[in-house]
Every structure is written in C-alpha cells, then in structure tokens.
Design a protein around this ligand. Structure first.
Ligand code: FES
Ligand SMILES: [Fe+2]
Length: 458
C-alpha cells in the first residue's frame, strides 16, 4: 500500500510550483483552451545512460546515415520555397544532394541530384529552370524527370529513354512543408506523422509564410545541438535572465508515436526563485524589457502577465487571422510549445513563430547546422509574402548578425556558448554515457528510444 511518505516511482516526481494543467485552469478564457493543451501523454520508460559514442563516433554516424537519414521522412523545405513552376531547391543531407522541383502548380517531385551519365550534380544552386540540364556534357531531363535529350545520341544506342527517367524520392507535404524520403519502401508520410497534424488543427502552419530563415554552422554533433532545444531544464543555468517570467521546471512533457512535445509556460514564475515576482515583473521579463527601460505596459489591479500577453496577442493577430484571434486562450499566446518529429524537425505550436531543423553539416559527424525559421500569419486579402531564402551564419558568427531574429538572437548566443564545449567535453569524457533526467529530459529520452528502434532495423 502506498503511503504519503514513500518516494515517488521513477518519472513521477515533479517540481514544486504550479503544474501546467493547474495553470491552464487560471486562463482568462478557460473555454478557449484547446484540447491539445489538455492532452497529457507521458510514461516512464527507462533511466539508462545514452552512450557518448552516439555523439562522437564516426561508426555511429555511418549507422545513422544508413538506418536513419537514408530511410526517415525529413523536411526538405517549405512548399513556398519553390512557389513557381520550375523552381528548384537543393536539400543536402550527410553529403548526399537531393533536388526538389516544382513540376506543376500542384505537383512537387524530388530527385537524387545526380546526372545519369557520369554523375555530376544536376544543379548546385536554388533557382528556376525550364529543364534539368547537366552542365558537364549536356544530358537533359524534363522537370517531370523524363529524359529530354541525349547529346550525340548516335553514341548512346544502348540508352533506353523509357528507363532513363531521373530516380525519384518519395515526397509528401504537411503544414506547408515538403518532406522527402529516400527509402522506396517507406511508410506513408501520413502514417509517419501519426496524430501530429491533429495538434495543429487550430494553428494551421500551411496558412503562414516564412518570414525569417537563419542557419548557423556549429562545431558539435547535430544531436548535441538539437537536444539543447528540447528541454527547459537548462534555463536556470543558461538563461537566468528569463526566470522571473518562465515556469521552466513546471514545463509539461509528452510523447506519442514519432513525435514529442514540451510546453513551457511563460508569465508565471520559475520555481527556482526564492521570491514571488509581481505580475509586472513577470510581464517585464516576458516582454524582454531592458532593466534601464520603463515597462512596455504598466499593469494595474487585476491584470496578470498572461492576460496582458493574451490581449496583446489577440489584437496583433486580429490583423491577419481576423476573428479566429478572439478564440485563442491566454495559454496559446503565452507559452513556448515545442514539438519534435523524429529525427530532426521542430515546429512550434500556437502562434509562437519558431520552427527549427537540425542536421549534420555535410558528412561531418562533429559539425552540424541549426536552422531557425519564423512562420508568420499574413493578411489573406493581400498576396502571400514570398518565402525568404536562408541567411547563413558560420561557426564563428554571432547570432546577433541575424537581427531578424530579434531577442532570440541573444538567447541563442547563450545556448551556443555551451554547444562546442559539450562536444569537447564528450570527447574527453571517460564515463561511457550521458545521464538524463526522468521527466524534464523526456523529449531526449523519447528521441533516443526511437533512434534505438531505427538503428536496430535490419
Ligand atoms: S555527367 Fe552529366 S552530362 Fe555527363
Ligand atoms: Fe536555451
């Protein structure tokens, strides 16, 4: 029989402070809190260490290439990145090049970006084309992949045009994103996504345009970087300036199928603080007020940081999503709701604009690319603004060189300071594994449990 004095079972312990579900009960529009924020799906799986070699060994990287990158659905681009017929985009993964092409208004195809003659990349830059012509000797394919022209055809009587179409990858779309899969026998994208699309029904990502896209190269394994954006546990040490207005340790973590989710509430105090901040102090923290600036809004009696954030968000969003803005709860306008779809795609929920993608840099297992995109709603009475191209930053660049990221640039700088040092530390470590928290590192555990399954596949 369980008594109150017994310690909780592994995974049952929770931080002091208000739980996320209790916080939802205080919403100024409780009837508008969507069911997906009431959804809870956590169970303890295990507390075994994650082998350090997953982050440092070439052999494991080769295994990942073979078992994951060559087989899993991965986000290649926004559909709007190739808006016009003939637009092409290169998606590079682990040294392999994929060519994504808009074939018609309604059809997108993806090809292995290699000429069938002697293998040159067909296109190395994004752009628009009426045909896919190899620059080396001039073999040419139509946008739909069928063979168009063989130079000196008399010299290639052994080529059967019917069997010389460009080999294709599987392509699927969801939320305005284009996904590709190199495995001809893969499950459908719909099956792979599972219930993830149902979480975004109230916040359709296909109705957004990409207003910001910044990519930065890091001298660290792609999972080291990705995992720094999958928990709020690091906030207390890495981003202490946020504590007055973030329920970091009161975040909720969930997982199901191939995706996981964290909800970190904002406009509520961190349980790490030894004092209770006022609603004004919480609002000042979430609104990124400098200490030498006056408050952006002075809160009077009865106003809370979350209700003021909610009202501001509704007023702002009414310009683009109209009356739908009035149906949003404070929660949807306040929280950080960050999903992860295996292996590397991180769309954020509600109207926080962020989407992340992480991947190896070229074929280097100790370098990676982190990308941050902003997906903005737009006024439907006006033409959809164009999707921006990638703004690249090098490993020594500062995120503030991408001012389009706003306050996030300074927060990312704090994260970035850790990451190369994690890689050096892991290389130096003699303990064979890294140790995860049972609850706050749920998303990492879920990712590695999925990775175990993918690696074990024949
Ligand atoms: S390699 Fe492409 S035409 Fe020769
Ligand atoms: Fe962070």
């Amino acid at each position: 029989m369980t008594t109150l004095s017994e310690p909780p079972s592994p995974g049952e312990a929770r931080s002091p402070g208000i739980s996320y579900q209790q916080l939802l009960d205080t919403d100024s529009r409780p009837e508008n809190v969507p069911v997906v924020l009431r959804w809870q799906s956590y169970h303890f799986t295990d507390d075994t260490d994650i082998p350090v070699s997953r982050y440092t060994s070439r052999e494991f990287h080769e295994l990942e290439k073979d078992k994951v990158w060559n087989r899993a659905w991965q986000m290649a681009c926004r559909s709007d990145d190739i808006a016009e017929v003939g637009d092409t985009l290169n998606y590079d993964i682990c040294g392999q090049s994929i060519l994504v092409v808009r074939v018609s208004e309604s059809e997108i195809k993806a090809y292995f970006n290699a000429c069938l003659h002697r293998g040159r990349q067909l296109r190395e830059h994004d752009g628009n084309a009426t045909e896919l012509r190899c620059p080396f000797h001039g073999f040419c394919w139509n946008l739909n992949g069928s063979l168009k022209q063989v130079p000196c055809e008399w010299d290639f009587p052994h080529i059967d045009p019917d069997t010389w179409s460009l080999p294709e990858l599987k392509v699927g779309t969801w939320g305005g994103f284009v996904f590709v899969n190199m495995d001809p026998n893969c499950e459908s994208l719909e099956a792979f996504l599972g219930n993830l699309p149902s979480h975004f029904e109230k916040w359709p990502l296909e109705n957004r345009y990409k207003s910001v896209h910044v990519a930065r190269v890091f001298p660290a394994n792609w999972k080291v970087v990705q995992e720094a954006f999958m928990e709020a546990f690091h906030v207390v040490a890495t981003h202490p300036q946020l504590l007055a207005g973030i329920g970091d340790a009161n975040s909720q973590y969930d997982f199901e199928g191939n995706f996981s989710r964290a909800i970190t509430p904002n406009g509520t105090p961190s349980p790490h603080l030894s004092y209770t901040p006022s609603e004004q102090e919480m609002f000042d923290a979430v609104s990124d007020r400098r200490l030498d600036q006056p408050s952006f809004i002075v809160l009077t009696d009865g106003m809370t940081a979350r209700s003021v954030t909610g009202n501001g968000g509704r007023i702002n969003l009414r310009k683009t999503i109209g009356d739908e803005a009035d149906k949003l709860s404070d929660a949807e306008l306040s929280e950080s709701i960050y999903y992860t779809l295996f292996p590397n795609f991180h769309p954020w929920g509600a109207y926080n604009r962020i989407t992340y993608r992480f991947r190896p840099y070229g074929d280097n297992h100790e370098m990676s690319i982190m990308e941050c995109m902003f997906l903005e709603p737009f006024d439907p009475s006006k033409p959809k603004p164009p999707s921006v191209p990638i703004h690249w930053l090098g490993p020594d660049d500062d995120w503030t060189e991408a001012p389009e990221l706003g306050m996030l640039a300074r927060v990312f700088n704090q994260d970035s300071f850790n990451l190369p040092r994690v890689q050096v530390g892991l290389r130096s470590m003699r303990k064979p594994g890294v140790t995860l928290a049972n609850y706050q590192e749920t998303k990492l555990r879920h990712f590695h449990n999925l990775l175990n399954e993918w690696i074990a596949r024949p």
